[in-house]
Design a protein around this ligand. Structure first.
Ligand SMILES: O=C(O)CCC(=O)C(=O)O
Length: 334
């Protein structure tokens, strides 16, 4: 079509586009340095007005070396490949033992405070639907507690009881100066993780943190994906490039006794029906991510579309896992 609309100030004719193309080839535009932007293949685009193009630094660029621990480039390629193929990978030595100790201490303070707020006489849990998609959009009724932090202008937060004694909340985990470890670069974007996300999500992504504490003894969680089905048809979601990653950071060893996280490798690229049809008696078709005591500081990273579940906790011991969610900015985890 070559029909310029005189009523529409944004309409451009093909002739005008050709003219712009020719100009670009000749490079005879305004050569003000401030108006230039260099793209990754070094082709220069020049604005023809006085607006200034600005490139945002990548979120992982700041002071990486200060807190580099696991920064082996060969491993990096392996993690990227495994996440693309299997949808889940365990990365060792992302945090030091000292950092894990700080996280445990501050998370315990957070948990104590959350329990206090939950036991306030004004707080009544309400059964509300919680989105837990699998082959289709699915809601499970779960107890929700609305808590208020009187030390922070009565700011309101939600605590969800995923199964008896097993909770999910974000209180204290994001930009809260009272719990500085969770507010720090060393926690939020260790170099291996920020580089991984740079590679996989590429640009325009965001993250937030939360906590999954359990008081002991819980049942198997349901199989689910962490992503919401975008167009009520999972066959669309599984064809998209990655847009959602979950990161689990165990603060206690996790395994068969207290509930490993179980995954169906490859199911981020399959319909749930096809994934469930795969023979689960063959061990290689199921992956149970366990972290030993000596391996604390490791993280489990997975594509949010992978089918997974938390397995039962047979012990009376607390099982606390922190999580981060990294998504493209357009994704809304509501
Ligand atoms: O607690 C776990 O191991 C499982 C967590 C989980 O299902 C999730 O992050 O969606």
């Amino acid at each position: 079509m070559n029909n310029s609309n005189p009523n529409n100030p944004w309409s451009i004719t093909n002739d005008e586009i050709d003219e712009e193309d020719n100009k670009e080839g000749r490079g005879d535009d305004d050569d003000d340095e401030n108006n230039k932007n260099t793209t990754s293949n070094n082709k220069e685009f020049v604005l023809d007005d006085d607006r200034i193009l600005y490139s945002l630094p990548s979120p992982g660029d700041n002071n990486r070396e200060d807190w580099e621990i696991n920064n082996n480039r060969d491993d990096m390629n392996k993690y990227v490949q495994t996440l693309q193929d299997d949808g889940v990978v365990v990365i060792p030595n992302v945090y030091t033992k000292n950092q894990i100790k700080k996280m445990i201490k501050q998370q315990k303070r957070i948990h104590k405070k959350v329990k206090q707020m939950m036991s306030n006489e004004d707080v009544e849990p309400v059964n509300k639907p919680y989105r837990h998609d699998f082959d289709k959009k699915r809601y499970l009724l779960m107890k929700h507690y609305e808590i208020e932090d009187e030390d922070d202008d009565d700011e309101e937060y939600e605590v969800i009881e995923i199964s008896p004694g097993r909770y999910d909340y974000v209180y204290g985990m994001n930009d809260d100066e009272r719990y500085p470890i969770f507010n720090s670069n060393e926690y939020c974007c260790p170099s291996i993780l920020s580089e991984l996300m740079d590679t996989l999500l590429v640009a325009d992504y965001k993250s937030y943190s939360g906590c999954l504490p359990s008081d002991g003894k819980s049942n198997d969680g349901p199989w689910h994906r962490d992503t919401y089905i975008l167009f009520d048809d999972e066959s669309i979601d599984i064809k998209l490039p990655p847009y959602y990653y979950t990161v689990l950071i165990p603060l206690v060893p996790i395994g068969v006794e207290n509930g490993a996280t179980e995954f169906m490798p490859g199911s981020h690229k399959m319909t749930c029906k096809d994934s469930m049809a795969i023979d689960d008696s063959n061990e290689s078709n199921r992956f149970q991510a366990s972290i030993k005591e000596s391996d604390l500081g490791s993280i489990i990273v997975f594509d949010g579309r992978i089918c997974h579940r938390g397995l039962r906790n047979l012990t009376d011991q607390n099982r606390t896992v922190l999580y981060m969610v990294w998504t493209k900015k357009w994704y809304n985890d509501y």
